[in-house]
Design a protein around this ligand. Structure first.
Ligand code: WT7
Length: 658
């Protein structure tokens, strides 16, 4: 480290609050601090600001319908089409030639789609889907990596009013089957494979394996040919080559189907505390208005910007902030197929420089990796086009925040640390970059119109500095409407804890711990349920446990998250071998494979620890907290309340000797 770097670091270490840079404020979309009061005084009508960012076929009658809470309805009576809003209207407004998608393939090839070209592609594929028999409200599953055909397929579904259910391409065959079964989805769009670190990766075999687990008839499977000669494969009876099908419909245009504001736009599965993932339902009007609004107010996106969110579209971040929000605003959205360290660790910065990216949105896990690799990688590139940085997915530690601020933003870009969830549809707690000061490590105040609080177990607001739980005390347009086909679980998961049903007072519980300071800034402390956040992705411990106990030779298992330098949390498996089985390397490998098969590489255990017993309380509950501490290498404190305290030392010895 040079003298300069060292003194800079020393100075930053001390600094707890940062003013938004003047150059940013001068041009920001939102600069008036009065917006907080304005939204509060004028709630829920304030949300017309969000709806105004869209084109409606029919104006809505009511902003919020709360007669059947917590089944809230937004912009009722309104009709619109999401693909029209993301494409046609920009072309009609004369922006047909401006770039919609700037795609960067992993091997270095690029594809650019103008709004007019993208509209054509979407029209062709919408006609194709309709011709296959896809009707309004049929759920179409999209199992694809970061290739342009994924957003094209999403918008084509939206165009004909068929909800999509995107399954992250890194998920396993089992995960695909579970989601298709849960959604009764009869149509699938997938691809033959994709590139990772230069290697061709087979995706179609995994797809086919997944299809074997689907419990109903699948009418059609459309397969994008991404790998050409790099992967030869045969198409099954009901499988079609994407290009061939689309060629038959070239030049077809499908009129966008006018949808009710409350019609489902898509389903997105997320992990919960049971083995069964939750199908989060988002709607056409409220979701699109909310993602457009937050893209405008928080990400500061304008039509002539080049904006890049490095998430995968297979997660909610990509839905809301690669596709729907940015494209509703008519901006250029960058899509990158590959990994950040291929061919070298400066790949992302090379993409920022070449595309003159204005706004960059990523995850703390990525920032921690960049930090580990060192500032020489961003230093090789001119990043001066950047004006705003964002993070999402997990708490960001102040050190990583400051590294990002200095080394990527050159102290000239505000950082928005955006707290939200699959269920919230869009950002909920974060600073407005042209208004608020930033406090590294703290997401910020709730956005205007959002009544988020930090409360104790009784629902009373905690004092500044005390830890409590996040609650949201009023509805918002981007909220989930229900869990697919499971209203009961929707109520139980999110509304049970703090609501007062008699008083018709409904409080949303996101299951996150937090602190609040005197300025109302909320610092998120992490999940309070049995969910692990690995690299910004939610994984249910139950889901992983059921994969582990499914392995021959395993009697019982507990899965917990342990601290990890880059991933935030990593998966640790504690397993008891069945009688007659030894804790061998072979069993360990089979446990890892079991998790990979049932979920995917993202859930790969960091370690599998065999133990003859699990630490249990006197009432027989597994002490997960203790296992987490062992995995994280923390001080274990008093274990005397355990039924079997001796087992703790055994386990801890094993972990530290690994
Ligand atoms: C959980 C939601 C929202 C898209 C990515 C993850 C954690 C999210 C932050 C943040 C601290 C955060 C929470 C939340 N989380 N953003 N800025 N600071 N924690 O979506 O898979 O639905 O997970 O991610 O624990 O509940 P998700």
């Amino acid at each position: 480290m040079s003298q300069d770097d060292a003194s800079l670091e020393a100075r930053l270490e001390e600094q707890e609050a940062f003013e938004p840079p003047e150059s940013f404020v001068e041009q920001a979309n939102v600069t008036d601090p009065g917006i907080y009061d304005e939204f509060e005084e004028n709630w829920p009508e304030c949300w017309e600001h969000a709806a105004d960012l869209l084109s409606w076929d029919d104006e809505y009658d009511t902003v919020l319908e709360d007669g059947n809470a917590p089944f809230y309805e937004w912009f009722t009576g309104g009709r619109l089409n999401a693909s029209y809003n993301c494409l046609d209207r920009h072309v009609e407004d004369g922006a047909g030639d401006s770039t919609a998608i700037e795609w960067e393939g992993e091997l270095g090839e690029t594809r650019t789609y103008s709004y007019a070209e993208l509209l054509d592609e979407v029209g062709d594929f919408a006609a194709t889907l309709r011709n296959l028999g896809v009707d309004e409200d049929d759920v179409v599953t999209l199992y694809m990596p970061m290739i342009p055909e994924l957003p094209i397929a999403m918008l084509a579904c939206a165009r004909i009013g068929a909800p999509h259910s995107v399954v992250f391409a890194g998920f396993s065959a089992d995960a695909l089957a579970t989601r298709m079964n849960s959604a009764d989805s009869e149509y699938l769009v997938t691809c033959d494979g994709y590139y990772r670190r230069g290697d061709a990766l087979d995706h179609i075999s995994k797809t086919n394996e997944g299809l074997e687990g689907v419990d109903h008839e699948v009418s059609d499977v459309v397969v994008v040919d991404r790998l050409g000669d790099d992967l030869k494969h045969d198409l099954g009876d009901n499988q079609h080559d994407y290009d061939e099908l689309v060629a038959d419909h070239e030049g077809s245009s499908v009129e966008p189907v006018s949808r009710d504001a409350e019609d489902m736009l898509f389903l997105m599965y997320t992990s919960g505390t049971t083995g069964q993932p939750k199908g989060v339902k988002h709607t056409t009007g409220g979701y699109l208005a909310y993602t457009a609004w937050t893209s405008h107010a928080v990400l500061d996106i304008e039509a002539d910007d080049t904006y890049w969110c490095s998430a995968d579209i297979g997660w909610i971040t990509g839905h809301s902030y690669i596709v729907y929000g940015p494209m509703a605003l008519g901006t250029t959205t960058v899509m990158y197929e590959g990994t950040p360290d291929y061919p070298d660790k400066d790949r992302l910065w090379e993409i920022v420089e070449r595309n003159e990216v204005d706004i960059f949105y990523t995850a703390p896990t990525a920032i921690r990796a960049f930090m580990k690799w060192g500032s020489e990688y961003p230093d090789q590139h001119d990043l001066s086009s950047l004006r705003l940085l964002g993070t999402v997915g997990e708490p960001i530690n102040p050190r990583a925040w400051k590294w990002y601020y200095t080394n990527i933003g050159d102290e000239a870009c505000p950082i928005v640390d955006t707290w939200w969830q699959t269920e919230t549809g869009g950002m909920m707690i974060t600073t407005l970059p042209g208004v608020n000061i930033m406090k590294p490590g703290s997401a910020g105040p709730p956005l205007p119109g959002i009544d988020a609080r930090v409360v104790d177990a009784q629902g009373e607001e905690v004092e500044a500095g005390q830890a409590g739980y996040v609650t949201v005390n009023n509805p918002w347009p981007g909220m989930l409407r229900t869990l697919y086909n499971n209203d009961e679980r929707f109520i139980n998961e999110y509304w049970q804890e703090y609501s007062d049903e008699e008083a018709d007072k409904w409080v949303y519980f996101p299951e996150d711990g937090a602190k609040i300071d005197d300025d109302g800034y909320i610092t998120i402390l992490g999940r309070v349920d049995d969910v692990i956040n690995v690299s910004g992705h939610r994984l249910g411990t139950m889901e992983i446990e059921s994969a582990v106990v499914g392995v021959e030779g395993v009697a019982e298992a507990a899965v917990v998250g342990g601290e990890h330098e880059v991933k935030g949390e990593a998966v640790y498996v504690y397993a008891i071998p069945e009688d007659g089985y030894e804790p061998t390397d072979d069993l360990q490998e089979r446990v890892v494979d079991g998790v990979l098969d049932s979920i995917g590489p993202i859930a790969k255990p960091e370690d599998v620890i065999f133990t003859p017993e699990l630490p249990k309380t006197r009432s027989g509950k597994i002490m997960r907290r203790l296992l987490e501490d062992i995995a994280s290498g923390n001080d274990l404190g008093n274990t005397s309340t355990l039924r079997n305290p001796e087992v703790v030392d055994d386990i801890a010895d094993q972990v530290s000797s690994d």
